[in-house]
Design a protein around this ligand. Structure first.
Ligand code: T46
Length: 136
């Protein structure tokens, strides 16, 4: 199964412009407890971590950026450049974000409040956790 899970967000654009409506537990497959957005990006990549329990949907509201998703054995990538599509990132997935366009605005909807304890920021630790889960 592909690591890239995209959802089409309900879009009500017309000749006045675009409009996307996002609702917890509806267009987004979880209750949204937090959102954050990334902007004024540089050429520096971001991410380089996994989450233990967090579910997220990333939506590139403006510009573009490239996500790399890695489950410990497979890596897949996708360029987000469409504000009507969301990338669902859930489960034990290492994520990296690269190639931000100068105008990129990346919105992320998250299922939990911020907790540094939920982050795995070391790749070896991530791989160890994947192996332990696969052996369970
Ligand atoms: C993710 C990718 C897609 C907070 O205090 N609260 C927050 O809600 C967030 C998201 C971050 N922070 C703090 C933690 C760090 O001291 O802000 C700092 C920068 O966070 P980080 O280096 O984790 O940012 P990114 O862009 O590498 O990763 C972010 C999210 O943290 C992460 O959950 O999946 O975007």
């Amino acid at each position: 199964m592909s690591l890239i899970k995209l959802i089409n967000l309900p879009s009500f654009g017309d000749d006045r412009g675009g409009l996307v409506a996002i609702e917890s537990n509806q267009s987004i497959p979880f209750e949204v407890k937090r959102l954050y957005y990334i902007f004024d990006t540089t050429d520096k990549p971001r991410g380089f971590h996994a989450h233990i329990d967090l579910k997220q949907v990333a939506i590139c509201l403006k510009g573009s950026c490239r996500f790399i998703l890695d489950n410990g054995s497979t890596k897949e990538e996708i360029t987000l450049d469409d504000p009507t599509r969301g990338l669902v990132v859930e489960g034990l997935i290492w994520r990296e974000m690269h190639d931000f366009s100068y105008d990129c605005v990346l919105l992320v909807l998250a299922s939990e409040h911020y907790s540094e304890q939920d982050y795995i920021r070391n790749y070896d630790e991530f791989q160890g956790m994947v192996e332990r889960r696969n052996n369970d």
